[in-house]
Design a protein around this ligand. Structure first.
Ligand SMILES: *[C@@H]1O[C@H](CO)[C@@H](O)[C@H](O)[C@H]1NC(C)=O
Ligand SMILES: *[C@@H]1O[C@H](CO)[C@@H](O)[C@H](O)[C@H]1NC(C)=O
Length: 333
């Protein structure tokens, strides 16, 4: 767990970090019992390896049942992915009724609909190789079976990106439909140590339906709610960067709660050698890089250049991560 967090912080969101974004075109889809229906979903990620597609049903991705799972077999760099090279499985009551015909655009096709299929479905897309919060995103689509239940499902739609300069204040918005008197929880994550399939999410802030608020110690004293749902973080730190989710719940059923993520990017002032003695300095955005300051020259940006090594500022050389204190290494203080 510690290692995963450290890796995601060190790589930061600076040097072309791959970020998964899942998109849905509909918040709700209606179908007659006995019919078939498509739940639309698409994704974007800047990565050469194809991701893992999961469709889940329930109030949130980490509290759900599996509907469908699919991925392409990895045949190697530069080889086209073909549906004939894919693994696809549908689960439980959805066995044989759930399919994603094209994993590149992972719209779910459900057939032989019955009333119990009504509920919230999550299109979750996870980067295959590096399981970090940046590589997994999910969006929900509500399925309604005609004549069964009224339409008043909760729908959360956060912006895909929020940016702030280190030290400045940022407001993360949580636009929501049908959300009066809701219990609002902001999470970070997911991490993959405890639950490989969906990851686990860490609560960051909560404002319950009675207006009581709670904040994680990392942001307590710097955070507040603005209005009913928006989260304000003051004096943003580089460690605040990551994927943050807004979950809104107005009741107990899966129709009554939804969540959606925003990537929070914290931008640093460019590194400068001004007022610094000659020497080597850690790159605050990348553990495996450092800066060299020589009077009269601009900063030289250098890689450690060896996998597994991070810069050890105290020793002034690149070192194994077990010898370097957090956040870049795992050395005990
Ligand atoms: C996409 O990945 C390539 C190769 O890693 C990188 O050069 C490029 O900057 C990335 N683009 C974005 C938008 O992150
Ligand atoms: C609000 O939601 C959180 C997270 O799901 C939950 O732990 C808490 O019990 C809820 N509070 C109330 C008052 O419903």
């Amino acid at each position: 767990m510690q290692t995963l967090l450290v890796v995601s912080l060190c790589l930061g969101i600076a040097h072309g970090q791959s970020i998964m974004t899942v998109r849905t075109t509909h918040t709700e889809v209606e179908v007659h019992a006995g019919g078939s229906v498509d739940l639309p979903c698409s994704f974007h990620i800047n990565d050469t390896q194809p991701p893992v597609i999961s469709w889940l049903k329930g109030p949130s991705p980490d509290s759900s049942v599996k509907v469908f799972k699919g991925n392409y077999n990895w045949l190697g760099e530069g080889i086209a992915f073909q549906e004939s090279n894919s693994y696809k499985e549908s689960f439980g009551d959805f066995n044989g009724r759930a399919n994603v015909p094209n994993l590149a655009v992972p719209t779910l096709r459900l057939t032989h609909i019955h009333p119990q299929d009504e509920g919230r479905y999550w299109c979750q897309v996870a980067q295959w190789s590096i399981r970090t919060e940046f590589g997994l995103d999910a969006k929900s689509v509500v399925l309604r079976v005609t004549g069964h239940a009224p339409s008043n499902n909760v729908h959360v739609s956060t912006p895909e990106l929020a940016e702030v300069d280190e030290g400045n204040d940022v407001t993360m918005t949580c636009p929501c439909n049908n959300c009066a008197n809701a219990n609002v929880t902001w999470y970070t994550g997911p991490t993959f140590f405890e639950n490989y399939e969906t990851g686990t999410y860490k609560p960051l802030a909560n404002r319950n339906q009675f207006g009581h608020t709670w904040f994680d110690p990392e942001i307590a004293g710097r955070a507040s709610f603005s209005g009913a749902r928006n989260l304000v973080i003051r004096a943003a730190k580089i460690t605040d960067a990551g994927r943050v989710w807004c979950e809104v719940a107005t009741g107990q059923t899966e129709m009554d709660s939804d969540r959606s993520s925003t990537i929070l990017r914290v931008k640093l002032e460019p590194f400068t050698c001004d007022d610094k003695p000659t020497g080597l300095y850690a790159d605050p955005t990348a553990c495996d890089y450092y800066y060299q300051c020589i009077p009269g020259y601009p900063p030289l940006h250098r890689p450690c250049g060896y996998p597994g090594m991070v810069f050890n500022e105290a020793m002034q050389y690149c070192d194994w991560d077990i010898n370097v204190p957090p956040p870049c290494g795992s050395a005990q203080a």
